[in-house]
Design a protein. Structure first.
Length: 309
């Protein structure tokens, strides 16, 4: 592993640690079906609008250059995944499921991100890499079933969470691709600013109509400043330095970090089963990161003179 890849993994760990608080904080902000607080639309669009304001200030202070013509499309796809898709679907779902349950469903995100990254970045992971990635995902799913004791069927909230996974994987892949051409922190900032004409009106339209507890606003502030903004500074830089396919596997730690954070925030219990599966998943991450990931060479483009021979 090169020094750049090693630094990328550490940036990825920092990003995952920040993202791990997203679901518990979202749960605090939206409340439950019996005691609703903020709407999922407001949490998703409001946090994006706040982060966009911070992004505009950051871009202005740092005198960031405007994206080139060919980069706006990739920024739009990135925004569709991580500014609209994941926050909106996950925020709506969090009113109907506990943070622990949502965390383990989101645990399939590393495999989805690796698939998108392999396609976008022309990377060819070894069979051993895919084996450890699949094993980590299987462990996460097995933990979800053992923890919940539910039947093998998906509810509406589960479908929303799986849709959020797909959106996040696409947004991570395209954002990582852009991070190879512009500073990682500029990627999320421009994506948020690009989305502001839609997120700001939606946030205003869905704003709470009644007083809310301070805890809900503190939770909203976290997902706006950290989950939607600062976390991406580290995450996209990690993907750019270490490679999307390899660094994506660090996300396998996110469900278990979320559970650790949920204990004091949501008064949930962290038992031996959770710790055992956490150690097993950490082992798959450790072994998977040591497996080779090759880049598929591009075919040479022949000149017309050569092609005519």
């Amino acid at each position: 592993m090169t020094p750049s890849e090693r630094h990328g993994l550490w940036y990825g760990v920092a990003g995952v640690a920040i993202f791990a608080l997203t679901l518990p904080m979202t749960r605090l902000a939206v409340g439950t079906a019996d005691a609703p607080l903020m709407s999922g639309v407001f949490v998703a669009m409001g946090r994006a609008a706040v982060a966009a304001a911070l992004s505009a200030l950051f871009l202005l202070v740092t005198r960031a250059p405007w994206p080139r013509a060919g980069e706006w499309r990739a920024l739009a796809i990135t925004a569709g995944g991580v500014v609209f898709g994941f926050p909106l679907l996950s925020s709506i779902a969090m009113r109907h499921v506990e943070a622990v349950h949502a965390s383990v469903i989101i645990g399939v995100l590393p495999l989805a991100t690796a698939l998108v990254g392999a396609l976008l970045h022309r990377q060819r992971p070894s069979p051993a890499f895919w084996a450890f990635a699949a094993l980590g995902s299987v462990l996460v799913v097995a933990f979800a079933l053992l923890r919940s004791g539910a039947a093998l069927r998906l509810h509406g909230a589960d479908l929303l969470l799986l849709g959020a996974v797909a959106c996040a994987a696409v947004g991570y892949g395209w954002g990582a691709r852009l991070s190879q051409r512009m500073p990682a922190e500029h990627v999320i900032c421009w994506a948020l600013v690009l989305a502001l004409p839609a997120t700001l009106p939606l946030a205003f339209w869905s704003r709470p109509a009644m007083p809310l507890p301070a805890s809900a606003w503190w939770a909203f502030g976290y997902v706006a400043v950290f989950s939607m903004w600062i976390g991406f500074f580290a995450w996209y830089r990690g993907l750019a330095l270490g490679g999307t396919v390899r660094v994506s596997q660090v996300q396998l730690l996110q469900p278990f970090l979320s559970m650790v954070f949920a204990v004091p925030l949501l008064h949930e219990r962290l038992d031996a089963l959770s710790l055992g599966f956490a150690l097993a998943v950490i082992a798959t991450v450790f072994m998977g990161r040591r497996m080779p990931v090759a880049r598929v060479p591009r075919l040479p483009v022949l000149s017309p003179a050569v092609e005519s021979r």
